[in-house]
Design a protein around this ligand. Structure first.
Ligand code: ADP
Ligand code: MG
Length: 636
């Protein structure tokens, strides 16, 4: 899985999760806010409906008041002039403006009625009549008429008031199967004579039961005919108690949906506790956002409910549209951000791809490969660093190759010199032996001229020196394979020291051993290692003309045995240091050194898989250090 793929998947997941959460909570919030708005609107509509309802009462009161101002009414009432009274009451507006009207005497007894012949009964208990009797001022309000009162006002009213109760599961059970009471909006006004005495009381009102003009007018005033899918969105209903007695809501057959009851919860809230209730509800045949508030009689008792409902469908539809638009925007934003993200990924990751490709080329051996691009920021730093690294690797490789080539050339040179020397030495060795043998024989001769004898000594000495060189050469070019055994280095050192101590050259030299115990053994050729130690010791001795100390020490470092040969001699000049291992390099006078000791020693140590190093301070002394690999554990 590429980084890009993984990053992309991660980013997509993050964006999708974030946007889903966002959309979900935003839609929830939107829904709540929207519902709140709609409910606020319903409450406002309810207030408007209330105002329209009150207005209708005001109209009744206004008509009655206008009629009561007629001076002849008071006189006619006093004189019980039926003809005059009838003609005056005809102007009150029954049945266009109100359903019923009548005139009472100053004690509250019925003098006459507009829609009926009945008279004489005492209406002083009627709350509105009682109020006028008490205060001599107009009164108005909503009250409940019994069936008897309705019959008295007009049989037609009693008939219209009766609403059959349709039982509903959610409603409070009721014993009545038909409601015979009537809810009326009524007004009473005093009829006063010139001196302000109460002469009569004029009353009138509307029966709300199944009087649909009122709810339709209120609806028209509040909702102004707003329609959704050919259905008016607003409805108004008037309840007597919890029973629908007048409404715009229609049944499937088009008839008005009266006779059903409020659900218990709404009925309790509004009719018992007097609250205003607003909530979505299923009313008759559709979902409405509803608001209910109590209708009170003049004494403040809650006798009915005024209801407005807004069809929920149009608002749900609007919310739906808003949600879809919102989701569309979020979706588009998601797609856009994903695309942007992919683009940014590509932009950011391109350098990484270049780095990876470049690294693969380098691994494949192409050290000239470079990233090349320099994007801004940390990526640029990374690319530059990788390029510099490749550059450094290429340079080091170049140096190593050069060094290796040099080494190879030198080895080849040494090898050919060695072969040549070996050939020459071999050829010279035999004649030299012959020369020496004959020179020795000649020295035995008696009566020899002293001058000749001296010359002969020179011949012998020089011949011996030549043989020394030849031996060194043969040693250097040694072709006999070494015989390796498991060796205790300390033992080899001790033997060498014993050997050296007997030599005349070492009489002035203080020989010191510093041997570490429990050294691991090494795998080596005893004679060859001894020869190395002798060579190093002879050099040390020759560097200490006027005596000094030669110390041979052993120690252990990691998996190696270390032998140090230290002298307190003249030291080696820095410029000679790198040449002393070359064959035939010597600083000693002709006849003294061959320049082969160190190169032979170095060759032997190399054959043993070890190293020979030198450290020297001119005037103070020199230390040669040999590292030999320890033999594998248990090989001793
Ligand atoms: P030779 O001893 O024949 O000169 P070597 O190969 O043994 O040849 O040594 C090479 C040179 O290294 C010597 O000529 C000498 O200058 C220098 N050298 C080696 N060992 C020492 C030492 N311990 N102190 C000072 N110089 C040394
Ligand atoms: Mg030497």
């Amino acid at each position: 899985m590429s980084i890009r793929f993984r990053l992309t998947i991660a980013a997509i997941a993050v964006i999708l999760v974030a946007n889903s959460l966002l959309s979900f909570s935003a839609l929830q919030y939107l829904g709540r806010v929207w519902m709140g708005e709609v409910q606020t609107r319903v409450r406002r509509n309810l207030s408007s409906a209330r105002a329209a309802y009150e207005n209708q009462l005001n109209v009744i009161a206004a008509f009655l008041l206008a009629t009561s101002r007629d001076r002849t009414l008071a006189d006619a009432a006093e004189e019980n002039d039926r003809a005059t009274l009838d003609s005056i009451l005809q102007g009150v507006g029954v049945p266009e403006t109100m359903d019923f009207a009548g005139l009472l005497d100053a004690s509250g007894r019925v003098i006459c009625r507009v829609g009926s012949r009945q008279s004489g009964e005492d209406l002083s208990a009627d709350p509105l009549v009682a109020q006028v009797l008490r205060e001599h001022r107009p009164a108005q309000g909503t009250i409940v008429f019994s069936r008897e009162r309705l019959l008295a006002e007009g049989p037609e009213l009693a008939r219209r008031a009766s609403v059959p109760v349709i039982p509903t599961a959610a409603a409070r059970p009721t014993a009545k199967s038909v409601c015979t009471d009537g809810m009326v909006t009524a007004a009473t006004v005093p009829v006063l004579d010139a001196r302000g005495n109460l002469k009569a009381i004029l009353y009138g009102g509307n029966l709300l039961n199944q009087r649909y003009e009122i709810v339709d007018t209120i609806k028209q005033q509040v909702f102004r005919g707003e329609v959704y899918k050919e259905k008016e969105i607003g409805t108004v209903t008037i309840f007597l108690g919890d029973l629908r007695i007048s409404t715009n809501v229609t049944n499937e057959d088009g008839s008005r949906a009266v006779g059903t009851q409020l659900s218990t919860s709404v009925s309790d809230a509004v009719l018992l506790r007097g609250e205003t209730w607003a909530a979505p509800a299923f009313v008759v045949n559709d979902w409405y956002i509803t608001a209910y508030e109590p209708i009170r009689d003049p004494a403040g008792r809650m006798i009915g409910v005024l209801y407005v409902g807004l069809l929920q469908a149009p608002f749900a539809h609007q919310l739906h549209v808003i949600s879809i638009v919102f989701l569309g925007i979020v979706g588009a934003a998601t797609v856009a951000s994903l695309m942007l993200l992919l683009f940014i990924h590509a932009l950011v990751l391109r350098p990484i791809r270049s780095v990876v490709e470049m690294a693969q080329k380098v691994i494949g051996g192409d050290l000239t490969a470079r990233v090349g691009v320099r994007p801004p920021g940390e990526m640029g730093v990374l690319c530059r660093a990788v390029d510099s690294m490749a550059q450094a690797v290429a340079e080091r490789e170049e140096l190593l190759t050069q060094a290796a080539n040099q080494q190879i050339r030198r080895s080849e040179q040494l090898a050919s010199v060695g072969r040549l020397a070996a050939g020459v030495a071999h050829e010279i060795n035999n004649p030299l032996t012959g020369v020496l043998a004959f020179a020795d024989l000649m020295r035995e001769k008696e009566n020899m001229d002293p001058q000749d004898r001296e010359d002969l000594e020179v011949i012998i000495r020089e011949t011996k020196r030549a043989r020394e060189i030849v031996r060194g050469l043969l040693e250097y070019a040694r072709e006999t394979p070494s015989v390796k055994t498991s060796l205790n280095v300390n033992e080899v050192v001790r033997q060498t020291m014993q050997l050296l101590g007997k030599r005349e050259a070492f009489q002035n030299v203080n020989l010191v051993e510093a041997l570490a115990e429990d050294l691991p053994t090494v795998n080596g050729d005893r004679n060859q290692l001894q020869q190395v130690l002798v060579n190093l010791s002879l050099n040390a001795c020759e560097a200490m003309h006027s005596g000094g100390t030669l110390m041979i020490g052993t120690s252990r470092a990691d998996n190696k045995v270390v032998i140090e040969v230290t002298d307190t001699g003249c030291g080696i000049r820095p410029q000679d240091l790198e040449r002393i291992f070359e064959p035939f390099f010597t600083t000693k006078p002709v006849g003294k050194g061959t320049g082969l000791g160190l190169s032979v020693s170095s060759g032997i140590i190399q054959q043993h898989g070890g190293t020979l190093e030198v450290e020297s301070v001119p005037g103070k002394g020199t230390t040669f250090t040999i590292h030999l690999p320890a033999a594998a554990a248990g090989a001793a």
